[in-house]
Design a protein around this ligand. Structure first.
Ligand SMILES: [Zn+2]
Length: 632
């Protein structure tokens, strides 16, 4: 496969940070269950104002500082399944040993060196996602690795942490959080920057994901695993891409970030050649737009101001694309938006948006811009507009430096947008409410290593006779635990075989979903119920799909009810024979002409008639026998 960039030549450095929720019964520092609730079930709430003080933070943290420019109100929704610890009204309990052991088994699978004492630390969090203002985290292991097709990727760090609150709604001046997720144990796994290409990033993430799921003690489903990707190229800067949820996007994300850094460096070189600079004056240009046709600006200057800044030598660069559909101007706009404005205008895209050529000429004249220069403007209430322009000045200056270090939010299309500055390192201090835990050599040695999913797939192939594709499909699917449970409970029953179960779970359900059946309504118990009926001989295995379809639309009924609704149920052999004979008689010419070759075409007709009542093999035999009899 040819790659878009010479990643080695560019000096790509790439590492992953993977966050995975653990499926322990209780939370990390209280005895509450680790269950996710419906926000409608919340039975109390309270609010806080959080603003970190300089003394708490030690050295001033850039990310904290940016966040603390705004005083926001944080509203927390509680449940009957949360307690005073989540509310931060009571100190944390001792660390949950079950969660600790799960995390230690992961440490072991990643070939890491464990700590001998677990110390809980507090990590400052300034977005309100923890009621206490910090997240508790404990360093568990270092110096591990995994094997990949491109050699070893180092796994430098594993921490056991408490999950933050789920953000429910951002209202601008206030944010609503849900407390159910707060405190669920979470492992944070950081790889070394050993990843050499976008496909390698995906492979590494897949490999670690497989290891995690092999424990069968991690949470599954949307949002339970989150990937951050750290990327830089040789002359660029470290950028952290946050919250890559779909594994399939990792490859694109890495490629797009490299593309972005390459573009930013090219722009920098050209700007330096041109002697570009940023004028730090903010011009009030409100009067130029008093008669404007632009509704946005007109509305904004009624209660605010229109401001502009002059970027010398920037003409043509603000509109230059960095990633498909995102320009340098988009990056200016992202920064401006952190002040609460809706967006910016720049001369590389004007006249447009109701702003006329005449107004652009006036604007240029006012700030004394030449044809080589770009002008960026914004209109909003005075304070916001000014802060937005300050952000643009800062970002434009960075464009002359190269690539800024940033934390960026990953977007669904593989691009990313500005989130906040990269956090500094000075964010931790000891948690004095939780005593350290000793990890003895004996304890670590006794931690069991689960069978890997990749090994399990091989075993399904050799022991259960599954085709390789199907074996891998079921081993890597979310239905693996259910598959194993069903195989265990029907062991020795020859009506239930591995192929039937695996195909139902990986194939039939997906087909039903495509047909519009509400398969999300089908719980494990529905599936077990259907296989039970097959195992008892109540229906034939061909009936499984139809039963599930029926139960998908009426989740309250059992497999037996579904079978009787559909008229399924085993027929006597004589009844089947009668039906087959009728069908042959109705098509006597066809049967006479084709002889035994009529079996194939008639099979479809007979199956449609007897669907779910007889298995295919029996039917085919009866059909053959009856045709034989008929033509002789
Ligand atoms: Zn609790």
């Amino acid at each position: 496969m040819s790659e878009k960039f010479d990643y080695k030549g560019l000096g790509l450095k790439c590492g992953l940070e993977i966050h995975q929720q653990l499926n322990s019964k209780e939370k990390l520092f209280c005895r509450c269950p680790t269950i996710i609730r419906d926000i409608e079930e919340s039975n109390y709430d309270f609010f806080r104002y959080l603003r970190p003080t300089a003394s708490e933070m030690g050295e001033t943290d850039r990310a904290a500082l940016e966040q603390s420019r705004f005083m926001r109100r944080y509203i927390y929704k509680g449940y009957d399944s949360t307690c005073l610890v989540e509310n931060d009204d009571e100190p944390p309990t001792k660390m949950n040993r079950e969660a600790l052991d799960i995390a230690l088994s992961i440490t072991k699978m990643l070939n890491m060196v464990p700590v001998d004492q677990v110390h809980v630390m507090r990590k400052i969090v300034v977005d309100g996602s923890n009621t206490s203002g910090f997240q508790r985290t404990a360093f568990l292991g270092k110096d591990g690795y995994i094997e990949t097709s491109n050699g070893r990727v180092g796994v430098g760090v594993l921490c056991l942490e408490e999950e933050a609150c789920q953000k429910i709604e951002d209202r601008g001046d206030s944010v609503v959080y849900s407390l159910d997720r707060l405190g669920i144990p979470l492992v944070e796994i950081g790889t070394d920057p050993d990843i050499v290409s976008p496909p390698h990033a995906k492979e590494t993430a897949q490999q670690i994901g497989m290891l995690l799921r092999s424990t069968a003690k991690v949470k599954r489903g949307l949002g339970t695993i989150r990937q951050d990707v750290n990327i830089s190229i040789a002359r660029g800067a470290r950028v952290e891409l946050k919250g890559v949820q779909a594994l399939d996007m990792i490859e694109t994300m890495v490629e797009r970030e490299v593309e972005r850094q390459v573009s930013l460096l090219a722009i920098r070189d050209e700007l330096i050649n041109k002697g570009a600079s940023v004028c730090d004056t903010i011009f009030d240009v409100s009067d130029l737009f008093e008669q404007t046709q632009s509704k946005v600006i007109k509305k904004a200057i009624k209660k605010g101001k229109a401001y502009a800044v002059l970027l010398l030598g920037f003409s043509g660069y603000v509109g230059r694309e960095l990633q498909p559909g995102r320009r340098l101007g988009t990056e200016f706009s992202d920064r401006a938006k952190t002040s609460g404005v809706g967006g910016i205008f720049h001369t590389d895209e004007l006249p447009n948006y109701g702003i006329t050529a005449h107004e652009v000429a006036d604007l240029r004249r006012r700030v004394k811009a030449s044809d080589n220069d770009a002008v960026v403007m914004v209109a909003d209430i005075e304070q916001r507009a000014r802060a937005a322009m300050e952000s643009v000045i800062m970002r434009a200056n960075e464009a002359i430096q190269g690539v800024p270090e940033e934390t960026r939010r990953s977007l669904p299309d593989g691009n990313s947008s500005y989130l906040r500055p990269l956090p500094g390192a000075a964010r931790m201090y000891p948690e004095t409410d939780v005593p350290p835990v000793i990890i003895s050599d004996e304890h670590f040695a006794a931690i069991e290593m689960p069978e890997l999913i990749s090994e399990r797939a091989k075993r399904f192939e050799s022991d259960l006779g599954l085709h390789r594709d199907l074996a891998e499909k079921i081993a890597y699917s979310v239905y693996l635990p259910l598959f194993e449970e069903i195989m265990r409970s029907f062991e020795g029953n020859d009506r239930i075989n591995a192929t039937l179960v695996a195909r139902t779970l990986t194939g039939t359900l997906a087909e039903l979903k495509r047909d519009g059946v509400a398969t999300d309504k089908l719980a494990d118990r529905h599936l077990v119920d259907v296989f039970n009926l097959v195992a008892e001989g109540g229906v034939v295995k061909e009936a499984v799909g139809d039963l599930l379809r029926e139960m998908g639309s009426s989740p309250d009924i059992g497999a037996k009810d579904a079978a009787s609704r559909l008229g399924f149920g085993k027929l006597d052999l004589s009844e089947i024979e009668d039906m087959v004979e009728t069908i042959i008689n109705q098509r006597s010419d066809f049967v006479k002409e084709k002889g035994l070759a009529a079996v194939g075409p008639l099979m479809g007709i007979v199956m449609a008639e007897l669907r779910g009542k007889v298995d295919g093999k029996t039917l085919s035999e009866i059909l053959k026998q009856k045709i034989n009899k008929y033509i002789n």
